[in-house]
Design a protein around this ligand. Sequence first.
Ligand code: GLN
Length: 479
Amino acid sequence: MDLNTLTIDAVRCAIAEGKTTATRLAESFYAKIEKEDQAIGAYLTISKDRAMAKAAQIDAMAAKGEKLQPLGGVPVGIKDVMVTRGVRTTAGSKVLKNFVPPYDCTAVARMEAAGAVVLGKMNCDEFAMGSSNENSAYKPVHNPRDLTRVPGGSSGGSAAAVASGMAVVTLGSDTGGSIRQPASFCGVVGLMPTYGRVSRYGLIAFASSLDHIGPLAKTVKDAAIVLGTIAGRDPMDSTSADLPVPDYVAELEKPVRSLKLGVAKEYFGEGLDREVRAAIEFAIQKLATLGCEIVPVSLPHTEYAIPTYYLVATAEASSNLARYDGVRYGHRAQSVRSLSDMYERTRDQGFGAEVKRRIMLGTYALSAGYYDAYYLKAQRVRTLLTRDFEEAFKMVDAIVTPTSPTAAFKLGEKTGNPLAMYLADIYTVTADLVGVPGISIPCGETREKLPIGLQILGRHFDEATILRLAHAYEQARKN
Ligand code: GLN
């Protein structure tokens, strides 16, 4: 069985037909990880005991002739910002180096309840802060398509594992693009659901009003299956929406003819790589040949999205990360003189440079004299961005853009220049600020054979339409 191309349906069929077992499959994945992950660095922790116990349970059910669940026996990986009971969870940070959580993130629990076999925890930027995975306190991730390049971030391990066949699907998190941008850099599908569609319970908080959990997968259908299993109200997260969850897989087959697709000029300006632009324009043509109507729209406040994001996200992060004080859990500095000395040293030793930079920026933006000038203003611009989308969605059903202005850059290329790194998020952060869903799907390659991603953004809670468009495009591209 070729693990590199394995999809959810293929796994379930192979198990149902007795061609393999969940146990044998998990073992083959572990053998592949053992052999190939040295060069890529996608996994931070392997959860073999938990995986093999789950696989045995699936095999016992299959042996009794029970119908396999939606993810029955499917080997998956979980970004290390989602807590897993009894399995070390670090958020890519030294401050949580030996942290073993006492409970499961709802999304992970739902994946497992649907039959998934959790192989391990995926590498990521520290506390999901980054666009290249180079901020992981443990090791960088290398892009499987070109090992000298970054996989994107912050869900770099989740994207690289899917791209290299070291997991069938993975979960990532997206606060400013962290599912969609690595998906685009690694040539896989990445879906950020609407804010509130998937419970954040057990997701280690970065910026609570922007954090989303979603799948990375090889196909749009796999992403739809995973979304169907993790979506829906959770009493443990009051921001999770109490709305019915559609059958996303059934929705995929509906026609896309006469859907209206917005193209915003603000997403095709300066800084967009020539080859990326050409690939996106070609993809838009393809969607037009499928019967979609292409409509020019304007999102006039787009240029303020990056500064707005880096004010709101850092402000919320400075508050969320206050809990890492060495008292309750995680790393604690030794040989300290006083309580405040303990706090200071713990945080100095535990956090990396980017996390410290964000805490300082956020604390400044929230400080008494500057709150109105920065944080409050950013919140107002956030409202203007939301209105831009409300206006556009009066005219169109979805908006298509590049996911990232460039293909994957080289490791080390931007580490000396935080601002250049922040600008890599230019096409992704707005959807997080506005809370609308977005998907990135492969739409071609550069001359250097680096993947390019097409982003499709939809109305609040209308994941079904963007999945349907993405699926239609993916099928049309194959033929
Ligand atoms: N790259 C962005 C940042 O560094 C987004 C991160 C994310 O989505 N988690 O904040």
